[in-house]
Design a protein around this ligand. Structure first.
Ligand code: IMP
Ligand code: MG
Length: 211
């Protein structure tokens, strides 16, 4: 029997759990931990099983968006018990902030995905502009099928009409870092997903995340 794969809700949202403890190393910059290492590991293993059910029988191509997917991708594919090939696509928006403005491709695919089963992996679905642009580009290469997979979904921020087929966690409208996600290229190495303190935004003289 196939069970539907549903995203987990960020821990802070569930009333029965207190916000997890922030390690002293990160206290200066991180206001709170939103998703712990253990919660990430458990959810990613569930996602891997759902992907395995949907992609079995054919060799798949995993296309991962640089650079925010590094940790998520590594954990996802190390448990994926399927034949696969891996490629990366680079997308970047102008400026040092985090708003997705004009997008430019900084790295093109090398694997030919024509008639292939493709899993597109990104770190977070926010406005949806990045996913929309990358999907347009991939669809033009005529794969047999495309499914989309994101660790985090901020549905409240959506501008484009785009959804992900596999979602790790639904999160509220916070700017988050860690587990691959950055603020001005920093904090990617945190083992958890956390919320940045306001003062970190202010230090760069500009809020990275305006509504
Ligand atoms: P979108 O194009 O607005 O959907 O944004 C997608 C990209 O913006 C992601 O791949 C991230 O690189 C970045 N992004 C959006 N929200 C966040 C966040 O809360 N933290 C870190 N990066 C983010
Ligand atoms: Mg980014």
């Amino acid at each position: 029997m196939e069970r539907p794969d549903r995203p987990a809700t960020a821990p802070e949202m569930s009333e029965d759990r207190k916000s997890p403890h922030v390690d002293i190393r990160w206290l200066k910059d991180i206001e709170r931990v939103l998703i712990t290492e253990q919660q990430l590991a458990r959810r990613i293993s569930e996602m891997t099983q759902a992907i395995q059910r949907d992609f079995s029988g054919r060799e798949m191509v995993v296309v991962s968006v640089l650079s925010g997917t590094v940790m998520f991708l590594a954990d996802l594919i190390r448990h994926l018990n399927l034949p696969m090939r891996l490629d990366f696509i680079g997308v970047s928006s102008y400026g040092a902030g985090t708003e997705s403005g004009d997008l430019v491709f900084t790295k093109e695919l090398r694997i030919d995905v024509k008639n292939r089963d493709v899993l597109l992996v990104d770190d977070i679905l926010d406005t949806g502009k990045t996913m929309t642009r990358v999907l347009e580009k991939l669809k033009a290469l005529r794969p047999r099928k495309i499914r989309t997979c994101v660790l985090l979904n901020k549905a409240a921020r959506r501008v484009e009409d785009v959804k992900a087929d596999y979602i790790g966690f639904e999160i509220p409208d916070y700017f988050v870092v860690g587990y691959g996600l950055d603020f001005a290229e920093r904090y990617r190495n945190l083992p958890f997903v956390g919320v940045l303190h306001e003062h970190v935004f202010k230090e760069v003289q500009k809020s990275p995340y305006r509504k």
